[in-house]
Design a protein. Structure first.
Ligand code: CO
Length: 285
């Protein structure tokens, strides 16, 4: 990796190192998730970086892709299993991490996801194949009596691309792609439910896909923001300033219709059981 690129990754990692304990200190009973998300995002900016995507705060059976909207009144309550997924980017170079906290009680799902992540990190070295990482993740989790989420994966990270090749599934597979000279995120999801997530409402996160002619002025404005302000990376309605909420919804619908943006609906565990998540980014070289 070029020295310049490595320095940017180092900076993103350092900001992430500061953000993680700060974020953990905010996740407690009675806290507003809107406030938690905004405080984390603001702190990332104060430290000279940018959020690589809206802070995901996904609770209980919601596995991923939940970020509070401007009117979100959700408070964290006792017994909640709260997952916080945080991407920090410096000039497009992304450090992606997630942790889980159980409010007011121990939770074995979290321990299993942390253990599986730890075991996976131990074996990652240049030349390791995707299926070898997946196998360790699934074996560790099942040995502790739980299921991984089979249709969620770790992933490569590239400049301005938060989900690059290869996909690193949480379940056993035959993918022989070798990991080397690249940056990857190992992302473990554990549940005591059936082990699959499905897309469900609401949709809160979007991302630029391609330029297309679109009628509505506000839609053109949002597309412009998606590029210049949000760097072609995922964004949320909460980040769109200066447009009334109703118009934002109409504009996003129009952009989806013409295939100019993609959406990331909330992912819920299909049997409604709790999900824990642990994620770490690694430079493999
Ligand atoms: Co990730």
């Amino acid at each position: 990796m070029e020295k310049e690129v490595l320095e940017k990754y180092e900076k993103a990692r350092k900001v992430s190192d500061e953000i993680l304990p700060f974020a953990k200190s905010l996740v407690k009973e009675g806290a507003s998730i809107l406030e938690v998300a905004e405080r984390i995002e603001n702190k990332i900016k104060e430290l000279g970086a940018k959020p690589a995507f809206p802070i995901n705060i996904s609770i209980n059976e919601v596995a991923a892709h939940y970020t509070p909207d401007i009117n979100d009144q959700t408070l964290i309550k006792s017994g909640d299993l709260v997952k916080v997924d945080i991407g920090v980017q410096v000039d497009g170079y992304i450090w992606d991490r997630a942790f889980s906290i159980s409010i007011g009680q121990e939770n074995q799902l979290i321990k299993a996801s942390e253990k599986a992540l730890e075991e996976a990190i131990k074996v990652v070295k240049p030349g390791i194949k995707v299926f070898e990482i997946s196998e360790i993740i699934e074996d560790t989790v099942t040995s502790l009596g739980f299921n991984t989420i089979k249709n969620l994966s770790g992933h490569g990270l590239e400049r301005f691309n938060q989900h690059a090749f290869p996909s690193i599934p949480n379940s056993k597979n035959t993918i022989k792609a070798e990991i080397k000279d690249q940056v990857i995120a190992i992302e473990v999801f554990v549940t005591d439910g059936s082990g699959y997530v499905k897309e469900s409402s609401p949709t809160l996160i979007y991302k630029f896909k391609q330029n297309k002619p679109v009628r509505m002025y506000e839609a053109r404005k949002i597309l412009e923001m998606a590029k210049s302000e949000f760097d072609f990376l995922p964004f949320t309605k909460r980040w769109i300033k200066g447009i009334p909420p109703l118009k934002i919804d109409m504009a996003l619908r129009q952009l989806l219709e013409v295939d100019s943006i993609v959406d990331f609906p909330v992912l819920r565990e299909i049997s409604g059981k709790k999900v824990a998540q642990s994620e770490e980014t690694l430079i493999v070289e």
